[in-house]
Design a protein around this ligand. Structure first.
Ligand code: PHB
Length: 176
């Protein structure tokens, strides 16, 4: 299958975090978008009743930037967890975690059993992980569950443990 790379917003529009001002991101948004510590912990300060709703957890075809970041072949599927973080009834964050080869020998295997526990509670307690600088985006997402015409700020970064990758993308659903 050929993909039209010019139209592929996932591939072309992510920017390094240093260019946040070009994306019409406010100082307030930047404060959230570029938070390096646990976002869950930061949200919890404002919302004690924070919950994780799992949208899907399955092997699926990655999006083009995910494929590129993870060095996957065209038809290679990866284990993907999609969740919405909620404060009461309100959706505040959409997150996609993509992990290739998530079988029992993979260093991230425990994440398969995470259930409703927020990923950050695991990630930020690990000692030997590295994290790439954020890439960011602010746009109208074609991702299904978002209301049409919602312009949302998003970020992704690549974590590695034992040289095995995990790509985490987070989309802010609240006006921050
Ligand atoms: C998750 O549980 O998958 C999760 C929770 C909060 C985040 C990212 C991922 O910020």
């Amino acid at each position: 299958m050929t993909t039209n790379k010019r139209k592929d917003i996932y591939l072309t529009q992510w920017k390094p975090a240093s260019l946040w001002q070009r994306l019409k991101i406010s100082h307030q948004e930047k404060h959230w978008l570029l938070e390096e510590k646990s976002l869950t912990a930061k949200f919890k300060k404002q919302c004690p009743n924070l919950t994780v709703e799992i949208l899907s957890e399955k092997w699926q075809a990655p999006l083009s930037y995910e494929k590129q970041q993870l060095g996957l072949k065209d038809n290679q599927h990866a284990w993907t967890r999609c969740i919405v973080l909620k404060c009461g009834q309100q959706n505040i964050l959409y997150a996609r975690t993509v992990i290739p080869n998530l079988t029992s020998g993979n260093t991230w295997f425990a994440i398969k059993k995470l259930g409703n526990k927020p990923l950050g509670e695991v990630l930020f307690n690990l000692k030997n992980i590295t994290r790439s600088p954020f890439k960011i985006l602010k746009r109208n997402y074609p991702w299904q569950y978002l209301e049409q015409n919602t312009i949302a700020a998003a970020r992704y970064s690549l974590f590695k443990q034992d040289n095995q990758p995990l790509l985490l993308t987070e989309v802010f659903l609240l006006k921050i």
